[in-house]
Design a binder for this molecule. Structure first.
Ligand code: TYC
Length: 131
């Protein structure tokens, strides 16, 4: 449990919480009298999000990085150019933010596409939060 009573999805944790309430408030004489009601409460939790980062290098063509941002991260050409240039100047930048499985798939797909074209582009995923 996190601060403030918030809970978050972790690893294989289940998200279903069963709460039993003993409430013998049933009408006397009804056939429910004396029975214990079990009320089920399902709590939903926000999954941790992962940033997919592009890392700068000296060899991957700018056009290929723009293509990657458009094709795998659904950026417009204008957005892709801005992100690419930010990575080029600052060393790294966020291509997108996803749940863990999707972030890992992006890393795999972009790395494969880059190697297939002979580029050394590096892409990694890191969790948000927990600074
Ligand atoms: N620095 C590369 C160049 O000058 C361009 C580039 C940008 C490469 C972003 C990787 O993640 C990257 N061709």
């Amino acid at each position: 449990m996190l601060k403030g009573g918030r809970m978050r999805q972790g690893g294989d944790e289940h998200t279903r919480v069963q709460t039993s309430y003993a409430r013998n408030m049933t009408r006397p004489g009804s056939h429910h009298e004396g029975q214990t009601q079990v009320l089920e409460r399902t709590e939903t939790q926000q999954p941790r999000l992962w940033r997919v980062l592009l890392l700068n290098d000296d060899y991957t063509p700018m056009d290929f990085v723009v293509f990657v941002l458009e094709r795998f991260f659904r950026k417009t050409e204008q957005e892709a150019e801005l992100i690419m240039l930010a990575v080029h100047h600052k060393g790294q930048g966020v291509a997108g933010v996803y749940t863990r499985d999707i972030a890992e798939t992006k890393v795999t797909q972009v790395t494969q596409a880059s190697r297939a074209q002979g580029h050394p582009l590096r892409v990694v995923a890191e969790p948000e939060g927990k600074e």
